[in-house]
Write a protein that binds this ligand. Structure first.
Ligand SMILES: *[C@@H]1O[C@H](CO)[C@@H](O)[C@H](O)[C@H]1NC(C)=O
Ligand SMILES: *[C@@H]1O[C@H](CO)[C@@H](O)[C@H](O)[C@H]1NC(C)=O
Ligand SMILES: *[C@@H]1O[C@H](CO)[C@@H](O)[C@H](O)[C@H]1NC(C)=O
Length: 490
């Protein structure tokens, strides 16, 4: 079923891209120099927008971030598949979790061609060990501190925050963390390993060619799914009294073989921790690649209502929305959506969640600390989009959107300095604010590339991304980008 949906989507997708290419070449062929000028202007304007506000380093904002951590082993995805002898003749097929090598090949094929980010649990420990062993032997393999929480913590600390990080780490791991990060949680000798199968745009594996750079992640965690740093974290949180609490890394619970009611108990405990935070503490929940419907429903009931800010990518947005509207999980969505489509989905999500909020307020639920959603950040390859409620605690939305956009390039290219010769603007010069007929079109002004406007009770900002063309790493991108956006808003 999923396979059929996926391939028809892709055929349609590539037909549209070819059409767009033909139209683009027919109607406007600007000389390269003009394009370069535009890119340079957008870059310098974004840098100006980012610098416009700074965080007060002397005051060092306090940010608490949970949960989990791991060591990432990064490899070239296609090389690993080849070295494992996994054939690309396998039918692309979606699996909620991976039991054997054939399922791995099918699942990789499913996400590789469209270039969609995804993350899956490997049930089979033998297979996972084989994958790790093979990866160790691959040329160019690299180890890095991984996991959503540590990556966000690292970015926040680099930007001048004091961070409380909830996670289970090995002693050598704790050593490489910034001095501005304080760890809450247990120490383990054997940290969880995440295997990151990276691939560039245009990579080929048998009959498949990737449409964009991305990564496919597999793990077989023992510690992270249990949020086993939560007790210690919750205790230290009281005294730490942060300006911002960030919850992420919950996708490690996806399709994990919990005992009955174990997962719900963990998430209830998390909900208690969130709802007992002070009203002055902003709470951000970073979404991830979820396919476990039971887990998603628990998140919608227990975690999302306790957050007033959400961050997600172009896959996670339609997935959450679909479930909220009573439909199924969407495993694969357009990896290059239009601005209008994303903004419509964001408006709908914002209004649905705040409707739930109002409904909850009427009953006893308000006593559980249900929060109003006041911030929504969606990161895509081509642009960053934010919705922030007017009069809410979140500041500097325009600069934050610019910073998120710049961070996307810095992260993927692996350098704090942006080299325009390794960047490309793929967002059009103008965009429609909605797919509704007769909607306003906004043209992207090179000297003020972040477009912001008011609607309803919120502000919307959209910034183009200078898409990195020489990819160093895609994994962790969403976390760095989300953290960079948040840091200017607290
Ligand atoms: C687990 O993976 C190993 C190694 O690939 C394989 O031999 C075994 O059949 C797999 N087990 C199951 C239950 O699929
Ligand atoms: C992303 O965050 C990690 C962890 O803090 C850091 O090592 C990496 O350099 C960051 N990438 C960029 C370019 O910000
Ligand atoms: C939605 O999920 C249900 C239950 O898992 C399944 O029976 C149904 O076929 C799915 N519908 C679609 C449209 O995928």
């Amino acid at each position: 079923m999923e396979g059929v949906n996926g391939s028809s989507f892709m055929k349609y997708g590539s037909f549209v891209s070819i059409l767009v290419l033909i139209l683009a070449y027919t109607f406007r062929t600007p000389p390269d120099a003009l394009l370069d000028d535009r890119l340079d202007n957008v870059l310098s304007s974004l840098l100006r927008a980012e610098r416009k506000v700074g965080i007060d380093i002397r005051a060092r904002p306090k940010v608490a971030i949970g949960f989990g951590g791991c060591v990432d082993l990064l490899v070239d995805g296609v090389s690993l598949m080849n070295e494992m002898g996994l054939s690309s003749t396998n039918q692309p097929l979606h699996h909620d979790s991976i039991e054997n090598a054939q399922q791995l090949a099918q699942s990789f094929a499913y996400f590789f061609a469209p270039g969609a980010a995804s993350e899956r649990f490997v049930m089979n420990k033998t297979l996972f060990s084989e994958l790790v062993e093979t990866s160790r032997g691959l040329p160019g393999n690299r180890w890095a501190v991984g996991g959503n929480a540590p990556v966000m913590a690292g970015r926040m600390a680099n930007e001048g925050c004091d961070v409380l990080l909830g996670g289970t780490f090995s002693p050598d791991f704790t050593e490489v963390l910034s001095q501005h990060i304080m760890v809450a949680g247990n120490v383990v000798e054997e940290p969880d390993i995440h295997l990151i199968l990276e691939y560039p745009a245009g990579a080929s594996w048998g009959p498949y060619t990737s449409r964009r750079a991305n990564r496919y992640i597999v793990h077989s965690d023992d510690h992270n799914p249990y949020l086993d740093s939560m007790d210690d974290f919750a205790e230290k949180l009281q005294d730490f009294n942060p300006d911002l609490l960030v919850v992420g890394g919950l996708q490690m619970m996806d399709n994990f073989p919990f005992k009955p009611a174990e997962r719900a108990a963990l998430l209830s405990q998390l909900a208690d921790m969130m709802s007992s935070s002070s009203a002055q503490t902003g709470i951000h929940f970073e979404m991830a690649s979820f396919v476990d419907e039971g887990l998603m429903k628990d998140l919608l009931n227990l975690v999302v209502p306790n957050a007033n800010s959400l961050g997600m990518n172009e896959q996670e947005l339609p997935n959450l929305l679909s479930l909220l509207k009573g439909s199924n999980i969407t495993v694969l969505s357009d990896p290059n959506p239009r601005v209008a489509t994303v903004l419509d989905q964001m408006r709908e999500l914002y209004s649905l969640l705040n409707q739930h909020h109002r409904a909850g307020d009427r009953g006893a639920a308000s006593a559980t600390g249900r929060r109003r959603l006041t911030r929504l950040h969606v990161h895509t390859l081509a642009f960053q989009a934010m919705i922030v409620t007017q009069g809410s605690q979140w500041k500097n939305t325009m600069s934050a959107t610019a910073k998120a956009s710049l961070t996307a390039n810095r992260h993927v290219c692996g350098s704090p300095d942006i080299d325009p010769s390794k960047a490309r603007l793929i967002m059009d010069d103008s965009f429609s604010v909605s797919r509704q007929e007769g909607s306003q079109r906004i043209s992207v002004d090179e000297s003020r590339p972040v477009s912001c406007w008011h609607e309803d009770d919120y502000q919307v900002c959209v910034a183009p991304v200078l898409v990195c063309t020489e990819v160093y790493q895609t994994a962790g991108g969403g976390d760095n980008v989300s953290a960079a956006g948040l840091v200017l808003q607290i």
